[in-house]
Structure formats: C-alpha cells, structure tokens
Design a protein around this ligand. Structure first.
Ligand SMILES: [Zn+2]
Length: 251
C-alpha cells in the first residue's frame, strides 16, 4: 500500500495583478500564472488534487483578461485522457478550496468522492461580500454528488495526507504526497502561490484572514523542513517551467 506516481497537469493560464498575488502590494503590473492540478496514483486509489477552471468560464476569461491563455489540451478532461484516465476512474477529488480556479471542474466527477474541508464547503455557500466574487456557486452546488467533508488534517490513503492550511480561505487544505523515489512532496494549493510566499513569508493578496494565512505558510515551511518535503506552489510561473509535466510523472 503506497503511492506510485504523481502527475502535474496544466489547466491554462490567468493574468493576475500584483495586488492579488502579494498582500499589501499595490502595483498593478499583472503576471501570467499557471492554473495547476495533480493526479496521484496509489496502489489502490487514483486521486486528483484540484480541478482548474470550468470550461464554461474560459470564454469570459479570454475576453476580460489579456494574459489568459487556454488551449484545448489544457481542459482537465483532455489532460486526464493523456495519462489514460477518464473522470470515472478518479476515486477521490481533493479540492484545496472552492475558488473558481480550483473547483471549476468538480462537476465532471459524478462518481468520485469530492473531498473538501467542512468549513470551506459551508463558507463557499454563504461567503462574505468582499470574498464572494471568487466563489462560483455553479462549481460546487452539486447536491447529488458524493461529498466527503473533512475537519482538519486527514490521511486519505497511505502516503496521501490532507493538511489543513487556512487563511487564504476559511477551510483551505494542502496535500502531502509521499513518493517512493522523489520523497515527500507538499502540494500547497493557494496557501502558497509562489515560492516567494514561502521564502519571504508573504501572504497571498487574495486572502480571507492574513494572520492565519501566515501561520499556514510557517506550518508548511516547518513540515517541509522536518520531512525533507519538496514544496509545489499552486501558481508559480517560474517554478512551473521546472515541473515535469504529464504524461511524465514523479515516482
Ligand atoms: Zn488559485
């Protein structure tokens, strides 16, 4: 019983101003950031971490965001096809949180368990007004689906552990994956957009609670130091160019 492989999937790119990347920065020069998701194969489960944006949202993003970039290959279902998977083959869909660039593809997983922190699920349905524009209700208003609501850190399969990392949102979760050759990897989700957030302890610009977000960054740093884990941030354009892309895999 163990993890066998980790695949990195690209789901297109968005433009985002510095003020949304780094808390307290006001420069508006936008950066182009990747939207990312990951597949983990274990001996007895196939797990997806995050689902990108909904294909429904792509035309609007292309109209309003001159840095947005999506190809047909970037669609999550096509990325999964490239590694021989259909949506029905995915046992668990772990959602870091329910913002539109992470939960947009959840609806394609009718037979999978959708795994989200309970606090995220409830907040997303009734967000504060300042935060409502990041939650697209259609993405997660899926009452007939198999939701599994977590309350804190949880081992989901041997070597795959959800880590509670609140702050960016009220119920954010990262994922630790223990690979046989690569060693442990932490998929941070939006607890850490770029490596710079970790190195300089900078809070994401889009943030529900900056103090908790900073605690989560420190927590991930500590865990990485104690376990020797490699950190995979969610939206780091420089880091992303160094990542082995599916169909290649980390073993
Ligand atoms: Zn994001």
């Amino acid at each position: 019983m163990a993890v066998k492989a980790l695949y990195a999937l690209q789901n297109g790119f968005l433009g985002i101003p510095r003020s949304m990347l780094f808390y307290g920065e006001y420069g508006e020069a936008p950066a182009r950031i990747p939207i990312t998701s990951y597949v983990i194969h274990t001996d007895d489960a196939t797990i997806l971490y995050d689902t990108g944006v909904s294909p429904r949202a792509v035309p609007g993003l292309m109209r309003t965001d001159r840095l947005a970039h999506f190809t047909d290959d970037d669609l999550l279902v096509h990325r999964l096809e490239r590694i021989g998977l259909e949506t029905d083959n995915v046992d668990l869909v772990v959602l870091s949180h329910l913002h539109y660039d992470h939960a947009g593809g959840a609806e394609f997983f009718r037979t999978s368990e959708l795994v989200v922190q309970k606090d995220e699920y409830s907040y997303a349905h009734y967000p504060a007004s300042f935060f409502a524009s990041f939650y697209y209700r259609k993405n997660f208003d899926l009452p007939d689906y198999r939701w599994r609501l977590l309350d804190g850190d949880t081992e989901l399969a041997p070597g795959v552990t959800a880590l509670r990392t609140d702050g960016h949102t009220p119920g954010h979760q990262s994922l630790m994956v223990e690979l046989p050759e690569t060693g442990p990897v932490i998929l941070t989700g939006d607890a850490c957009y770029w490596h710079e957030h970790l190195e300089k302890e900078r809070v994401p610009g889009v943030v529900w609670n900056p103090t908790l977000a900073l605690h989560s960054i420190k927590r991930l740093k500590t865990l990485a130091r104690l376990t020797g884990a490699k950190i995979f941030p969610s939206h780091d354009p420089v880091f992303w160019t160094t990542v082995k892309q599916a169909p290649d895999a980390y073993r």
